[in-house]
Design a binder for this molecule. Structure first.
Ligand code: RRS
Ligand code: CA
Ligand code: ZN
Ligand code: ZN
Length: 209
């Protein structure tokens, strides 16, 4: 069979993450909890764990930003954060999963500004230095925790963090890596068998011992 294309993955057994900006739609503790829940969905299947850091430079930067020319102050701070990230290796042609062409000026520190309400909800980078692994959520969406109206943040975070771990899109509508958002209730939200197979193909199985 064809040699598998170079599938970037995290080598360290512990991957650090830092949430550097939040959304007005949800309490911060809810975002913290749902990010931890999304990460745990993946890490419980593989021999890899996540550690949250609140200072310094993590492997995975998570944050909310809005696109468009009128960048709000929070985003400026955000993009400054990313600009420092840029020097960390963006020039390695890091491209988030959803774009294959750099075209417009940076809006939140990378070359992929968001598009206002609807449309693209979020994007993320495959494992690597600098922007590698980072996950950006469109602040212009109405984010919800699965109870109220709005986009289910847990479902989108699980999709994006799948990219952060090295997964690509799936053509299986039951997969969390399906390229379009399907309104799922976050109560019984879980990885599909295909998602588990894909992530274990990349990182191996977590031993039961
Ligand atoms: C999977 C998801 C969590 C992340 C993906 C992006 C992605 O793959 N990130 O890693 C996403 O945002 N997909 C769009 C794809 C999309 C659907 N439409 C679009 C209209 C314009 C632009 C994009 C879209 C039709 C209208 C519905 C718009 C609202 C829902 N949007 C989507 O489903
Ligand atoms: Ca959008
Ligand atoms: Zn995607
Ligand atoms: Zn971005």
């Amino acid at each position: 069979d064809l040699p598998s294309r170079n599938r970037p993955k995290w080598i360290s057994k512990v991957v650090t993450y830092r949430i550097i900006s939040y959304t007005r739609d949800l309490p911060r503790v809810t975002v913290d909890h749902l990010v931890a829940k999304a990460l745990n969905m993946w890490s419980k299947e593989i021999p890899l764990s996540f550690r949250r850091v609140v200072l310094g430079i993590p492997d995975i930067v998570i944050g909310f930003a809005r696109g468009g020319p009128n960048v709000t102050p929070t985003c400026q701070a955000f993009s400054l954060g990313w600009l420092s990230g840029l020097s960390r290796g963006f020039l390695k042609q890091n491209v988030p999963e959803t774009h294959k062409h750099a075209h417009r000026p940076a809006a939140h520190g990378d070359f992929y500004p968001f598009d206002g309400p609807g449309g693209t909800l979020a994007h993320a980078y495959e494992p690597g230095p600098g922007l590698g692994g980072d996950a950006h959520f469109d602040e212009d969406e109405r984010w919800a925790d699965g109870r109220g109206l709005g986009i289910n943040f847990l479902a989108v975070a699980t999709h994006e963090l799948g990219h952060s771990l090295g997964l690509r899109h799936s053509s299986d509508p039951d997969s969390v890596m399906y390229p379009t958002y399907g309104a799922r209730d976050s109560e019984n939200f879980k990885l599909s068998p295909g998602d588990i197979r894909e992530i274990q193909e990349l990182y191996g199985k977590r031993s039961k011992s």
